[in-house]
Ligand binder design. Structure first.
Ligand code: SME
Length: 158
């Protein structure tokens, strides 16, 4: 692990989950997803945050927060790190995007990425995509934290 990476601590993750409930403020559907991306983007290591929703065979960008828009607003399931995670129904952590052939580039500044599916009993509804500007920005703690966030998103999906 690089010393320069300011990763999430367990204590911060616990506090953030409590604060997220307040940030979501009983919202549902797209409004809840807007609240989630805005909230997650305040975490220093989370440079860009988006939520994609499954629409047929594609992932469609529904809400995002970050310094710039991405050109990847529609990604076929199976393509990119995003499409791979949706197809597998499993969290993907890429510690160095330059070494992952699946990676679809959005921002030159991105060095690492985590993609966490949002699911219910019926399958994958969408996913949370977070880009980091540092190598190896995401750990198993971010996975646990974002999987808890994904459960909250799933609970107020429609
Ligand atoms: N990097 C993603 C595409 C989405 S952008 O990061 C916003 C991928 O490889 O699927």
């Amino acid at each position: 692990m690089k010393a320069s990476v300011t990763r999430l601590s367990r204590e911060q993750a616990r506090e953030l989950l409590v604060k997220l409930d307040a940030a979501m403020a009983g919202s549902k559907g797209r409004a809840s997803r807007e609240a989630i991306v805005k909230f997650l983007n305040t975490i220093p290591s989370y440079s860009w945050v988006g939520i994609y929703v499954v629409e047929g065979k594609d992932l469609v960008l529904d809400a995002w927060s970050g310094p710039a828009a991405t050109e990847h607003t529609r990604i076929p399931i199976g393509k990119g790190v995003c499409g791979f995670a949706a197809k597998a129904g499993r969290t993907e952590i890429v510690s160095d995007v330059s070494k992952d052939p699946r990676y679809l580039q959005c921002f030159l500044s991105t060095k690492s990425e985590i993609v966490v599916p949002i699911s219910n009993q019926g399958g994958v509804l969408g996913e949370i995509d977070v880009d980091g500007d540092q190598l190896d920005a995401f750990s198993s703690l971010d996975r646990e934290f974002l999987e808890a966030v994904a459960r909250k998103a799933s609970g107020v999906w429609a």
